[in-house]
Design a protein around this ligand. Sequence first.
Ligand code: CP3
Length: 344
Amino acid sequence: MTLQNDLLLRAARGENVERVPIWLMRQAGRILAEYRAVREKAGSFIKLATTPELAAEVTIQPVDILGVDAAIIFSDILVVPEAMGLPYEMVEQRGPVFPKTVRNPQELERIKVADAESDLAYVLEAIKIVKKELNGRVPLIGFAGAPFTIFCYMTEGRGSKTFSIAKKLLYADPAFSHALLQKITDSTIEYLKAQVRAGVDLVQIFDSWAGILSPDQYRTFSLPYIKQICDAVAEATGVPITVFAKGAFFARQEIGQLNCSVVGLDWNMDAAESRQLIPGKTLQGNLDPCVLYADYDQVKAEVKKMLQAFGTQRYIANLGHGVYPDTDPEKVKYFIQTVKEYSV
Ligand code: CP3
């Protein structure tokens, strides 16, 4: 099916666009009362994410309500460790918790490479429903966590500011760490390929915890696995791939050399410097989500600054990380409208 609005895909491929496309990380989520209502009906985050009809419904909400140029499938990066044999719980006010963790070779033995078509069938089913209901209005983004970020949750068992248990393993047992990272990578490649078969138009890899690694460690424990994913998914599917490595300002040049079309930036990364370090790729980002707590005039001024810095071609507007749940949805709409208005 041809898309009515393919701005995002054209920008990702480096083709000319008549205005800058925009979407928001975490656009399908708690900022919207309509999301909270469906989540209430589902009973829990996990129930919502594993019920394809409901996941599809909240995926489409931001397209209708906010006017974004893409939908992102409603799910979580943590469905991959679950499919590998490590279930998680989503604890109110606290975030994800894994009752069991993987910290040694014996525990690794019990972890399998996920079979996307069976273990993650509910996500693939949600993708098919969304594609049907979107009916070509905007592209659909699929996603997965980068192996290092998934490794953090599987070893630590919960969120952390430092992920020192995860990082300790990199130093103390590199062989174990590489073996677990490889199992996650193999699971992720098959999962992303399955998402494309189910209908997603492009995919994003979230390396949310990249910034806690030193440049050396990043080169050893994260980049090679993202590279495997980009190479395998690009070759098998040909869809544009976005790599978003939060905090990895030090690795921009190397990320820019990956087999991907788009590089996501957080707000610590300067636009002009990033263009220089990442030639020939589309950049995505990078407004500080806290700008959306400021007044309307300030939001407009910051958007204009951002557009001036990135230009209107080879650029996808977004925040530098997920939108914070207590952001006023009217401010989010204003952000989106302002990008549309000032980027033509
Ligand atoms: O709109 C979208 O972006 C699509 C849905 C999406 C979710 N999680 C839904 C979600 C996406 C792309 C993610 C990715 C994700 N999940 C990441 C990578 C991106 C990032 O933010 O760095 C990470 C690290 C996770 C793990 C995760 N999931 C955490 C740490 C938390 C708790 C923090 C929080 O925001 O509550 C979640 C929960 C989660 N995932 C929610 C949503 C909408 C909130 C839970 C709820 O509704 O109760």
